[in-house]
Design a protein around this ligand. Structure first.
Ligand code: VG1
Ligand code: CO
Length: 580
């Protein structure tokens, strides 16, 4: 094939956010838009990570992915890449890409040095919805800020890109290797089964046999909703083929380019079908809900775990997994190296870390911050309030892993009880956890796609307020006299304990004397306008008070949060888009 050098010019707004570059498909389809970003990424990497290298390219299968895969293949060839690994049909979940980068070995012994993940995660897909791209490094984790900053700088000065225009499109629906000859030597496109490497990894972590027994118990029932994202591919293979679940226990497990018109975000608002099946919607379903339900997002790195008529908050989920991992999951049998959570995630994990005497870290929002800790052997399990849970088996959060972790805990708690009277349920496990460690009431209010200017002003105002604690407390007490005093207020700043890098402006915090917390930040994953997130948390140590309805328990703090931040004034919104 021939290499063409194409002249181009910078395009505004190609700054990667919390997790890559996410924009409307219509933006990505502009001439040179994707090309500029891909070339800027190649230019941000050292030559050995491009020339002669092996790269993974795949994603959640959303609209425009197939075109994007072909473009990236041609640009990889032109930039001297030796081979590109593509999941069949261009599908690989985000955790599977991480696993493939870390585990897969080519016939000649080489491994991948990185990969492009094509996803906008939980954002809707389709011709008028979102597309996204991010680059993951050799450790299988998202590129650190030093690299994403470089990519962004490159997008502002780019003048040319390289592409093998005459390379024919590769049929990515068929497994097999296609070889081409280039002037720098051979170039291969290797289309492989999307599940093999990932399933092998899961089997090395969990005791599949014990989970199989749990699923086979007549007392247990299961349901999984992939929201038409890529998780469906893995759910079929793992839950049905490996663990013996029934096909009809899977919902929306056929990946679709537009996620069936839905919002592939596993929460109580968007996972409507599952929520109804689990007996959690206002209109009670006629059938008895299953004992266990779970959902994943578009790229299968997020998860929501539900019990029968019972919601597990993600902040509790990671704490409960950490508290039970050593007994229930073979991979952790020799103990946990440490645990970590993102700043806005509730302190439920902190309490477990303290009780079990584990190393503990609090990082900014976004999975890329956990990677360094894991690479340094400091962290085994970590999580985010945004339905993200994972471990050091890879360098991304992992939805299917989280489901398997919960099934493992259930299997362990019920191992002598599978034919007994009543199984230990998800709800039992959570309530027992609360009575042992206390409960962190938690909720998040999202105001999606609000005016960006107003949102910025609002944040600036919240920072300005922080200059005087007495003034804050005066305002707070005027709103509600029944909340405790604000003890400290700041903007979260993180110094990476491994490489010393500093990340500033990572969210505005108001911390109360009784351990309650209000956090405000702007989302870094939206594609239009701004999304404001408000995180509200309150700790209740007294076991007799841990059974309240969470919105009711948090009502005073919610009122303070909305009035203190002058939410309606700045956004014109009287209610959030989503409450989780
Ligand atoms: C959101 C979540 C964050 C998560 C990120 C990527 O970011 O809050 O916890 O890591 O999405 O998840 P933001 O900046 O919008 O708050 V995913 O599943 O979109 O890769
Ligand atoms: Co995701």
């Amino acid at each position: 094939f021939k290499v063409s050098r194409i002249e181009t010019a910078p395009i505004d707004g190609q700054k990667p956010g919390t997790s890559g570059l996410r924009k409307k498909v219509t933006v990505f389809k502009q001439p040179n838009y994707l090309h500029n970003f891909v070339q800027s990424t190649f230019n941000a990497l050292t030559a050995d990570k491009v020339k002669g290298a092996t790269l993974v390219v795949s994603g959640d299968g959303r609209y425009y992915s197939k075109d994007a895969v072909q473009i990236i293949i041609k640009m990889a060839a032109a930039n001297g890449v030796r081979r590109v690994w593509v999941g069949q049909n261009g599908l690989l979940s985000t955790p599977a890409v991480s696993a493939v980068i870390r585990e897969r070995v080519a016939a000649d012994g080489s491994k991948a040095t990185g990969g492009f993940i094509l996803t906008a995660s939980h954002n809707p897909g389709g011709p008028h919805e979102d597309f996204g791209i991010k680059y993951n490094m050799e450790n299988g984790g998202p590129a650190p800020e030093s690299i994403t900053d470089k990519i962004y700088e490159n997008t502002k000065t780019i003048k040319e890109y390289f592409i093998a225009e005459d390379l024919p499109d590769v049929d990515i629906s068929v497994i097999g290797v296609t070889s081409f000859g280039g002037h720098e030597g051979p170039f291969d496109v290797d289309v492989f089964d999307a599940t093999t490497d990932y399933v092998k990894l899961m089997k090395s972590i969990f005791d599949f046999e014990s989970i199989q027994k749990l699923l086979a118990s007549p007392k247990f029932s299961f349901c999984f909703d992939a929201l038409h994202g890529v998780a469906g591919v893995y759910a079929k293979r793992i839950f049905v083929d490996e663990l013996g679940a029934d096909e009809n226990q899977l919902l929306n497990c056929v990946p679709k380019e537009d996620f069936g018109g839905g919002h592939p975000d596993p929460n109580l608002t968007y996972a409507k079908e599952l929520v109804a099946r689990m007996g959690l919607s206002k209109t009670e379903s006629p059938n008895e809900p299953p004992e266990f339900g779970a959902a994943a997002d578009g790229d299968a790195d997020r998860n929501m775990v539900l019990g029968k008529r019972f919601f597990v908050t993600p902040s509790d989920s990671v704490a409960i997994i950490a508290a039970n991992a050593v007994q229930s999951i073979p991979y952790f049998a020799s103990g946990l190296k440490g645990v970590a959570r993102s700043m806005p995630t509730s302190a439920a994990l902190d309490v477990v870390a303290n009780a079990l005497n584990l190393k503990f870290f609090e990082v900014p929002t976004g999975w890329k911050f956990f990677g360094n800790l894991m690479d340094a052997g400091l962290c085994s399990i970590c999580g985010e309030e945004s339905f993200g849970t994972g471990s050091d088996h890879i360098r991304e959060k992992d939805g299917i892993w989280a489901v398997l972790a919960w099934l493992s805990i259930l299997a362990f708690k019920n191992k002598d009880n599978l034919s007994g009277e009543k199984l230990v349920t998800v709800e039992d496990i959570v309530r027992e956890h609360w009575s042992q460690y206390g409960r962190h009431y938690y909720t998040r209010y999202d105001y999606e796609n609000v005016d960006a200017g107003g949102a910025k002003e609002q944040m600036a105002n919240l920072i300005k307020l922080q200059s005087s604690l007495p003034d804050i407390n005066k305002i707070v007490k005027e709103i509600r006299s029944d909340v405790s005093d604000v003890a400290t207020a700041d903007e979260f700043e993180y110094k990476d304990p491994v490489d010393g890098s500093i990340s500033k402006h990572q969210g505005i915090r108001y911390m109360f004397a009784d351990g309650s917390r209000l956090v405000f930040r702007l989302s870094g994953t939206g594609s239009e306008g701004a999304t404001i997130r408000v995180y509200i948390e309150q700790y209740e140590k007294d076991p007799s008070k841990s059974g309240r309805d969470s919105q009711e328990a948090l009502a005073p703090l919610v009122e303070v949060a909305l009035k203190l931040s002058k939410m309606e004034e700045f956004t014109g919104r009287s209610a959030p888009t989503v409450i989780t």
